[in-house]
Design a protein around this ligand. Structure first.
Ligand SMILES: NC(=O)c1ccc[n+]([C@@H]2O[C@H](COP(=O)([O-])OP(=O)(O)OC[C@H]3O[C@@H](n4cnc5c(N)ncnc54)[C@H](OP(=O)(O)O)[C@@H]3O)[C@@H](O)[C@H]2O)c1
Length: 398
C-alpha cells in the first residue's frame, strides 16, 4: 500500500484504516508537500519503506527526522513519482489538485491498482488518464463518495442499461443564500462545511458547488455515460451519495453516514468489504431525507463546469486550473467569494478566444492547457479587470 498525499484529509483517513489492521497492510511509500513533521511521524508509525516530500527544501529535515530508522527519505517531484511507482498492491491517490496528475499516472503506468481520490486528474486529463488505465490493464477504484456509490450501484449492471446517474450535493454552508449575502462570505465561513471534514481546497469547492461540477466531469470519465445522463441533486443530509436509474425504472442508491473512511475502505478492499469504525446509519433517528434542485444561477461554478464538460477538449483543464488559482486567491482574501466563479468564467472566455488550443493529443497538451489556464487567471487577477467583470455579473444577476 502507498498513500500519495498522506498528510491530507483523505490521506489521514486512509492511515487511520491502515493502522487498525497492520498485519494486513504493509506500507511501501507515503508522500506530502511541505508538512515534513507529519510525514515523518506517519512514516514511522506505519513502518513505511520510503517517505517523499515534494518540497525539495524539506529533504534535510525529513532525513534528520527519520534518522535511526530504515525508512528512506526522498524530496522533489522525482521522489513523489518514485513513491507512486514503488511496488505496492494499491496506491491511494490523495494529493490535492492537478499536482496529483503526474504521480497518479505514474502509478497507473506501473500497473498498480489505484484508489482514486484526486478528482482533478480526471477533470484535467480524463481521456489521457483513462487511456493509460486501459493500456496498463489496471484497476481504478473511485474514492470520491459519490463515485464510490455509483461504482457500487453499477456492479454487475449490463452495459447500456443505465438511463441516468445522479450525484448528490450537500449544497454547502450557503444553500439558499441570496446574491447579496453570498458577496459577504469570508474564507473562515466557507471553510466550515456542515457535513464533511475535508481539505481546504475541496471545502471551498463544496461551498461554491464547483466540487459537484468537477465530480460531474469525473463521473463522465469513470462511467460509460453521455453528459446529458449526468445530474446533480441537492441532498442536505449527505446520506444518499449517488443514485443510478436503469431502463426498467429501478433506481439503486448507496447510503452511509458522511465519513470518507467508508469509500476509502471500499477502495482498499474491493470486492471484499472491510470493517470500519464509522457511525452506522439510523434511518428512524434521521427521520427524513430531502432533495432539491441546485441553484446554478447563484452557484455559477456548477454551470461553468457543466459547460466545460459539454465543450470538452482542453476546456475542463482550463476550468480546473483557473479554479485552483481563484480558490487560493479567495483563501488569501485577495478576492471575494462570488469572484471565484467570475475569475473562472473570464479565464474560460479568454482561453476560448484563441489563446489556448481546444484540442489535444497527449499529456503534454493537458499540462500546457493547465499552465495557460493558471497564467490567464493570474493575469486577470493582477489587472483591475475583475472589478469590471464583477459589475457585469452583478448586473446580470440583479
Ligand atoms: N477530503 C475529502 O473528504 C475528499 C473527498 C473526496 C475527494 N477528495 C479529493 O481528494 C484529494 C485530496 O483532498 P484532501 O481534502 O485530502 O486534501 P488536503 O487535506 O489538502 O491534502 C492534500 C495532500 O496532498 C499534498 N499535496 C498538496 N499539494 C501537493 C503538491 N503540489 N505536491 C505533492 N503533494 C501535495 C498535501 O501535503 P501537505 O500536507 O504537506 O500540504 C496533503 O498530503 C483532492 O483531489 C480532493 O478533491 C477529498
Amino acid at each position: 500500500m502507498s498513500v500519495l498525499g498522506a498528510t491530507g484529509s483523505v490521506g489521514q483517513s486512509t492511515l487511520d484504516l491502515l493502522k487498525r489492521d497492520p498485519p494486513r497492510f504493509e506500507v511501501a511509500a507515503l508522500t506530502a508537500h511541505r508538512d515534513v513533521e507529519a510525514l515523518a511521524r506517519e512514516a514511522i508509525a506505519v513502518g513505511a519503506e520510503f517517505a517523499a516530500i515534494a518540497d525539495p527544501g524539506g529533504y534535510g529535515a525529513l532525513k534528520s527526522l527519520l534518522a535511526g530508522t530504515d525508512i528512506r527519505a526522498g524530496a522533489g517531484g522525482d521522489a513523489i513519482i518514485e513513491a507512486a511507482q514503488l511496488a505496492a498492491d494499491c496506491v491511494v491517490a490523495a494529493i490535492a489538485g492537478a499536482a496529483g496528475l503526474e504521480p497518479t499516472l505514474a502509478a497507473v503506468e506501473q500497473g498498480r491498482r489505484v484508489a482514486l481520490a484526486n478528482k482533478e486528474c480526471l477533470v484535467s486529463a480524463g481521456s489521457v488518464f483513462m487511456e493509460a488505465v486501459r493500456a496498463a490493464g489496471t484497476e481504478l477504484l473511485p474514492v470520491d463518495s459519490e463515485h464510490s456509490a455509483v461504482f457500487q450501484a453499477l456492479a454487475g449492471a449490463e452495459p447500456g442499461s443505465v438511463e441516468r446517474i445522479t450525484l448528490t450535493a450537500s449544497g454547502g454552508p450557503f444553500r439558499g443564500w441570496d446574491h447579496a449575502r453570498l458577496a459577504t462570505v469570508t474564507p473562515d465561513a466557507a471553510l466550515r462545511h456542515p457535513n464533511w471534514s475535508m481539505g481546504r481546497k475541496i471545502t471551498i469547492d463544496s461551498a461554491t458547488l464547483m466540487n459537484k461540477g468537477l465530480e460531474l466531469i469525473e463521473a463522465y470519465h469513470l462511467f460509460p455515460t453521455r453528459p446529458d445522463q449526468l445530474d446533480v441533486v441537492v441532498h442536505p443530509q449527505s446520506i444518499v451519495h449517488a443514485l443510478v436509474a436503469f431502463r426498467d425504472g429501478s433506481v439503486l442508491a448507496q447510503l452511509a453516514c458522511p465519513d470518507m473512511r467508508t469509500p476509502i475502505a471500499l477502495g482498499l478492499s474491493w470486492p471484499a468489504r472491510m470493517e470500519t469504525p464509522t457511525k452506522r446509519l439510523d434511518l428512524v433517528a434521521l427521520g427524513a431525507l430531502t432533495f432539491e434542485a441546485p441553484d446554478s444561477d447563484k452557484f455559477r461554478c456548477l454551470k461553468l463546469a457543466r459547460q466545460a464538460l459539454e465543450t470538452g477538449g482542453m476546456t475542463p483543464a482550463i476550468l480546473n486550473a483557473a479554479n485552483e488559482v481563484a480558490v487560493e486567491a479567495f483563501l488569501q482574501q485577495r478576492i471575494g467569494f462570488l469572484q471565484i466563479a467570475e475569475l473562472v468564467e473570464e479565464t474560460m472566455e479568454r482561453a476560448a478566444k484563441g489563446a489556448v488550443s481546444t484540442t489535444w493529443q497527449d499529456l503534454a497538451d493537458v499540462l500546457e492547457a493547465d499552465a495557460a489556464g493558471r497564467r490567464i487567471c493570474a493575469e486577470i487577477l493582477a489587472s483591475n479587470l475583475l472589478g469590471r467583470v464583477s459589475m457585469v455579473v452583478s448586473e446580470r444577476l440583479a
